[in-house]
Write a protein that binds this ligand. Structure first.
Ligand SMILES: Cc1cc2nc3c(=O)[nH]c(=O)nc-3n(C[C@H](O)[C@H](O)[C@H](O)COP(=O)(O)OP(=O)(O)OC[C@H]3O[C@@H](n4cnc5c(N)ncnc54)[C@H](O)[C@@H]3O)c2cc1C
Ligand code: FES
Length: 494
């Protein structure tokens, strides 16, 4: 299945060279998503020299595969923060996110055409069991003085109760980071694409790519989840989520951010790109490395066809998010490390990533930041969240043991063209893929991060690790996640 996000299909391109040779800067930023590019802007504005390396093209990570919505609340609902922490933390979350949204608005105003607009957000229940969720969120919004009201019948999918929150926003997330990168690139702020960092030496203050290296006083892992082994990885759940971009036969597109709660959790918005108009539908998330991605696309499309007058489905994509155990992102230095990290954004990371950039910039510049303490990456978990983290670690341990003790059932000749499977050959487990010409190739199925076993993802033709979300292509190269090294190639018997 060909997957490309609607943002990739409706944005331009960036062309920065790969890093070659040795360079030095005040700050090395690894990762060119909204976190890395915003941080590069803030540091360059403050007079620091920056080198940013991006493994692929700017914005091609989760930023360019998101839904492009910006909001003060959270997709898991703000009231859950009040339940896990307390009301004041809930207020700080909304305040800090509002501040980050205002920064995006200012930058978007300067950049020009990157689809920024203010709009309402609708949270609505399509099943009776979800009415309580909507009402609790309404109560939370009222407590914080947000511009919220309850209404019925204002949603694109029939609903039982809807909360409307005014003055939220949308952007074209890929156009935003591309334009920003193009605007800030200068001799003082150097940007390199197609330059995956393959080693990070914290003691030597150096970052290495295949053909170059950076020496920098500060190193920032703006890689969505930090590369290497960090304690926060044990507190996060990696999840994949699916998106489709379609045209409606009626041409009747709803304006706003629409979050449906019920038998399906889905996010709906529209996008106008030149003369084209699309409906975007996002949902069907599941833990990375588990479940069949093709099924998820089929369910999402089935839902779209039942609820909307679908003309054509033009885009299909999926991307990853990392859910923190206590509902808050991890920003700053992790336990026992001076490298700066920014992760645990869930599906709220366009705003969290922008906020993380301001917190890390202030940390590097030696300035106070009023949010740094709340989101510090080395915080202790509150009791209610510790239970969730423990359960997640047990689930990772169970999957680890199951994968090592279960014998794969597929034989080599059972792997279809374009497919992949774990196969036992001469007593050894291998990750085997059959390409379009029918040729088989094998990799070690042992994830290079912390040795869990990868699973085949049939829709995206990748090997995905269920433990902390590393993903590898059929050649074994790292696509995303904490792993730095590729899967080892293995010979197959004739
Ligand atoms: C389906 C979906 C919908 C979402 N919708 C929304 C939404 O509407 N609103 C919202 O706020 N959030 C949303 N999110 C979450 C949001 O997209 C992310 O949290 C956010 O984009 C993270 O930004 P980032 O810059 O930290 O990471 P990314 O955008 O993933 O950027 C990290 C970059 O690091 C690069 N990288 C990785 N490893 C290396 C390496 N070794 N060397 C060099 N570069 C490397 C990657 O290629 C990538 O470009 C959504 C997420 C998903 C999955
Ligand atoms: S991502 Fe951690 S073991 Fe694979």
């Amino acid at each position: 299945m060909h997957t490309a996000s609607i943002w990739q299909g409706t944005a331009g391109e960036t062309v920065f060279p790969p890093l070659q040779g040795r360079v030095a800067a005040d700050v090395a930023i690894i990762g060119g998503g909204i976190t890395g590019v915003t941080l590069a802007m803030l540091l360059a504005e403050a007079g620091r020299s920056v080198v940013l390396v991006e493994a692929r093209r700017i914005g091609e990570g989760s930023t360019g595969n998101s839904t492009g919505n910006l909001y003060e609340v959270l997709s898991e609902q703000l009231y859950t923060i009040g339940e896990r922490w307390d009301r004041s933390v809930m207020g700080e979350v909304a305040d800090s996110r509002r501040e980050a949204m205002a920064l995006v608005e200012r930058v978007a105003g300067r950049l020009g055409d990157c689809g920024f607009s203010r709009c309402p957000l609708y949270l609505y229940a399509t099943a009776p069991a979800q009415i309580e969720v909507v009402e609790k969120e309404y109560e939370a919004a009222l407590q914080l003085g947000l511009a919220a009201r309850l209404e019925e019948g204002a949603t694109p999918v029939p609903s039982l109760r809807a909360l409307i929150l005014d003055n939220q926003a949308q952007i074209h997330p890929l156009a935003y980071v591309q334009r920003l990168a193009q605007q800030i690139a200068s001799p003082q702020c150097r940007i390199f694409e197609q330059s995956p960092a393959v080693a990070i030496d914290e003691k030597m203050h150096s970052v290495h790519t295949a053909q170059g290296s950076i020496r920098a006083r500060d190193i920032v892992l703006a890689t969505h989840t930090p590369k290497g082994i960090y304690l926060v990885q044990a507190e996060m759940v990696p999840r994949r989520e699916y998106g489709i971009g379609l045209r409606l036969a009626s041409g009747n597109y709803p304006d706003g951010i629409f979050w449906g709660m019920g038998d399906y959790r889905h996010s709906v918005r529209s996008l106008r790109a030149g003369n084209d108009h699309y409906l975007i539908l996002v949902g069907e998330d599941h833990k990375t490395g588990q479940h069949d991605a093709a099924d998820a696309f089929a369910r999402l499309e089935g839902f779209a066809r039942r609820k909307f007058d679908v003309g054509t489905v033009d885009f299909r994509w999926s991307a990853q998010h990392y859910h923190p155990a206590d509902g808050l992102p991890y920003i700053g230095a992790s336990h026992g490390s001076e490298v700066h990290i920014a992760t645990g954004f869930g599906t709220n990371g366009l705003t969290w990533g922008t906020l993380a950039a301001t917190v890390i910039a202030d940390r590097i510049l030696g300035r106070d930041n009023r949010w740094a303490h709340l989101y510090r990456a080395n915080r202790l978990l509150p009791m209610k969240a510790a239970k969730g983290a423990l359960e997640e670690n047990l689930s990772v341990a169970k999957s680890f043991i199951r994968d090592y003790t279960t014998r794969p059932q597929t034989a080599l000749d059972g792997i279809p063209v374009g497919g992949g499977a774990l196969v036992e050959v001469d007593g050894q487990k291998l990750a085997v893929h059959r390409d379009e010409s029918g040729t088989l190739s094998a990799l070690s199925p042992v994830c290079t991060h912390m040795k869990c076993m990868v699973h085949w993802n049939g829709a995206e033709r990748t090997w995905d690790c269920p433990c902390h979300g590393s993903r590898f292509d059929v050649e074994g190269r790292v696509i995303e996640g904490p792993a730095l090294a590729p899967l080892a190639r293995k010979p197959l018997p004739e």
